[in-house]
Write a protein that binds this ligand. Structure first.
Ligand code: 3UK
Length: 517
């Protein structure tokens, strides 16, 4: 009997007698390559579930902190938490003690499973979190580590009877600014994201091999690199380090066919492609921030004739998702891709653009994006719930317009709209224009306070090799923008930098561009 609970994604394959299918690849404790079938991942999760119950005293409803890079062990821990009826609170690997402390306190964490290599910051955090009494280290060869304890347990576990309406995930927002917010998601939310975007827009196949960069602690990565392959019995590669430079050889090595990463990563990879065999690659997904038309074009040209997608190159599948909504809610497939547009609401979701008074705006007008569907925002004890959800509509904080064909076109984060001399200017539109120039590798456009105009448009630019920063190139880029989009949008200030500040999820930290380098 199906209960609409997350662990069924794993258990169903074993129950159907297909437990031998390849499920997850990566590296084990000793640095040895590791390949687990669905049955093996299930057995690992079952053994860990016994440890959670017998040795850590976890009961249904407890919140279990998970801290680790993307590894098969991390995947096993995640499913173990589901199987004991607890709530997974996965944290980004790069978090420091101060940030972990906030999460531990906000989510009232009592139990933690932590990759041995990331133990230090957690133990610093624990000094100030007396409530976290039980912690075990995984990815460990120590006799007191999780693996050694799990090895002594049976491979069978009688999964706790959770309900579809039980909370199973507390995901923290990455917070490009401000405090991280915990968002609660039920088992049915996990199952809903598996039924909406993947079958309608990604359309994976049973023999697909998924690969990518987002951490499992980021719901983009949890869905794309762990849950979605399981919807069709496909397999996934969990890489601990998935920089653009590491991702390309890994695609060749594992014969990966479906890739998930952020727009910036596609931009870095594009010029490096000819050194790698990408003949297995079939589909590429971009999310986390807006995909500029130039990046879509760049990736298509770079992959032309080199992949399983055929001679035309790979058309990126862009999708906007949010931690508050768990996963992607506006997207498109290869056939309906439109440069510069995010797409249309994913089947199961509705979306519209609202004006100042909450009225639905007609096509062409810029307003606040509002979304409704099977998943939604439930902040964990946070007064900002009422800012995010209005009459059942989720307000994501993004400024969008809908075009005549019903495609949603991203403008900016609502807070990031630049108001200069009375004009509303969306930084990402100026970025998209700058990226069309051959000198520009990366850029970020923000408003900078200005006496006369309120704000001026400021561009921070990373140059491609062979171009020289200076007033001459600034002038060239300004003229280029004026000739590409409405001239009043051109950047009055241009600053050149070696790199742009980004979060672990690949998002530009715009607030750090407003201050001088
Ligand atoms: C921005 C995008 C334009 C947008 C996420 C896929 O990014 C994810 O979740 P976060 O909570 O951030 C949400 C905000 O990020 N954004 C994300 N994708 C796009 N803007 N085009 C895009 N394609 O401002 C949104 O409100 O970190 C993405 C799946 C799961 C996720 N959690």
């Amino acid at each position: 009997e199906r209960l609409n609970c997350a662990h069924e994604l794993l258990d169903a394959w074993v129950e159907r007698g297909q437990g031998d299918r390849l499920c997850v690849q990566g590296f084990g404790v000793d640095g040895q390559p590791l390949r687990w079938s669905y049955a093996q991942l299930q057995a690992e999760a079952n053994r860990i579930a016994h440890v959670l119950v017998d040795e850590l005293g976890v009961v249904p409803g407890n919140r279990v902190l998970l801290r680790g890079a993307n590894t098969p062990a991390m995947a096993a821990c995640w499913f173990a938490v589901m199987k004991v009826g607890a709530i997974a609170v996965a944290t980004m690997p790069l978090l420091r003690a101060v940030e972990l402390e906030q999460i531990i306190q906000k989510a009232e964490i009592r139990h933690a499973l932590c990759d041995e290599r990331l133990a230090e910051e957690l133990s610093l955090a624990r000094e100030r979190c007396p409530g976290l009494t039980q912690a075990l280290l995984f990815h460990s060869a120590a006799p007191e580590g999780l693996e050694a304890r799990a090895a002594a347990k049976p491979a069978q576990f009688s999964t706790v009877d959770t309900a579809a309406e039980d909370c199973c995930i507390i995901a923290f927002t990455s917070g490009t600014t401000g405090q991280p917010k915990g968002t609660m998601h039920f088992h049915r939310d996990v199952m809903a994201i598996c039924r909406c975007w993947p079958p309608h827009l990604l359309r994976p196949q049973a023999d697909d091999v998924f690969i990518g960069s987002p951490p499992l602690a980021f719901t983009f990565g949890l869905g794309g690199l762990l849950l979605f392959p399981m919807t069709v019995g496909a397999s996934t590669v969990l890489l601990e380090k998935a920089s653009p430079e590491a991702l390309l050889p890994a695609v060749a090595r594992y014969g990966a066919s479906v890739m998930f990463t952020a727009p910036t990563s596609y931009r870095v990879m594009a010029p490096l492609l000819d050194q790698h065999d990408l003949s297995s690659l079939r589909k590429c997904v971009s999310a986390g921030e807006a995909l500029p038309a130039a990046t879509r074009q760049l990736w298509k040209e770079a992959t032309r004739g080199r992949t399983a997608a055929g001679e035309g190159g790979i058309e990126l599948i862009d999708g906007i998702g949010a931690t508050e909504l768990l996963h992607i809610f506006i997207s498109h497939d290869e056939a309906t891709a439109r440069p510069g547009a995010t797409g249309r609401p994913v089947p199961g979701y509705r979306a519209c653009v609202l004006g100042e008074e909450g009225q639905v705006l007609p096509p062409g007008q810029v307003g606040r994006l509002a979304v409704k569907g099977p998943t939604g925002c439930r902040y964990l004890a946070d007064e900002r719930q009422k800012n995010y959800v209005l009459n059942g509509w989720n307000l994501t904080g993004d400024a969008y317009l809908v075009d005549e064909k019903g495609f949603f076109v991203y403008q900016a984060r609502t807070d990031d709209m630049i108001i200069s001399g009375g004009y509303n200017i969306a930084g990402p539109e100026v970025e998209a224009a700058l990226l069309l120039h051959p000198a520009v590798a990366e850029c970020g456009v923000v408003g900078q306070a200005d006496e006369e105009r309120g704000q001026i448009v400021k561009a921070v630019v990373v140059l491609r090799p062979g171009f020289e920063a200076g007033p001459e190139l600034s002038k060239t880029l300004q003229d280029f923008v004026k000739a590409t989009i409405a001239p009043y949008k051109y950047p009055r200030a241009i600053e050149f930098r070696e790199r742009l500040p980004r979060t672990e999820t690949g998002k530009l930290q715009r607030f750090r561009l407003r201050q001088p380098a």
